[in-house]
Design a protein around this ligand. Sequence first.
Ligand code: URA
Length: 239
Amino acid sequence: MRLDRFLANKSIGTRKTCKQIINKMRVKVNGVVTTKNDMNITSSDIIEVDDKVIENDPYLTILLNKPSGYICSTKDEGYISVMKLIPKMYHKTLRIVGRLDVDTSGLLLLTDNGILNARLNLPKYHIPKKYLVRVNHLLKEELVEIFKVGNIDIGRGEKVTTALLKIIDPYNCEITIFEGKYHEIKRLFGKYHYDVISLKRIEYDFLQLDVEEGKYRKLTKEEYNRLLEDVKLNSGEYQ
Ligand code: URA
């Protein structure tokens, strides 16, 4: 990440004022004054402004337990934004990873790593996402095989490659999907004439929903690095 952008992300100023601060020789990288706005900063660099160290927290990734009724948007758009559930100081840097529908609850990630965010959403990395689903009528056992075989046309020229279904009881099941298309689960069940009554994401890759509803926690460095590995990014690389 460029130095001026790093400082702006840390709310030192706007991009323009950060450039001015750098030009005025107020910034040190690893103990050395620099005037290079575009200097590449990685997680191992020590950044100081006016001799004060700026927290270089490269793994700011948050796991939030989204309640139903909150919208995955940075602004309130008819519903309250999920951003209202996390402190203001993170709003400038964190971006929501993918989307959960307003009426879907559960595990939502937010990260300041743009490349990680983009890659987590790419179907080619096959990141598993597990949901608890309640449907409106009896679940048929044959769906397990149909979903596993996959290649299911869910309309608008889109297909679900494969999905793992575990029936818990006649109306409740767990499903793991690997892509993350718009309304994927609702459209998949809809194809077989089911309405999804409730939907909750309980796992994202190796991460479990381990915070209370409406609460969040930061990922540990180990968890963050594991996510990077799963989308083939080097540790310390961030955008
Ligand atoms: N599939 C859906 O239909 N909705 C979600 O929120 C997530 C997956």
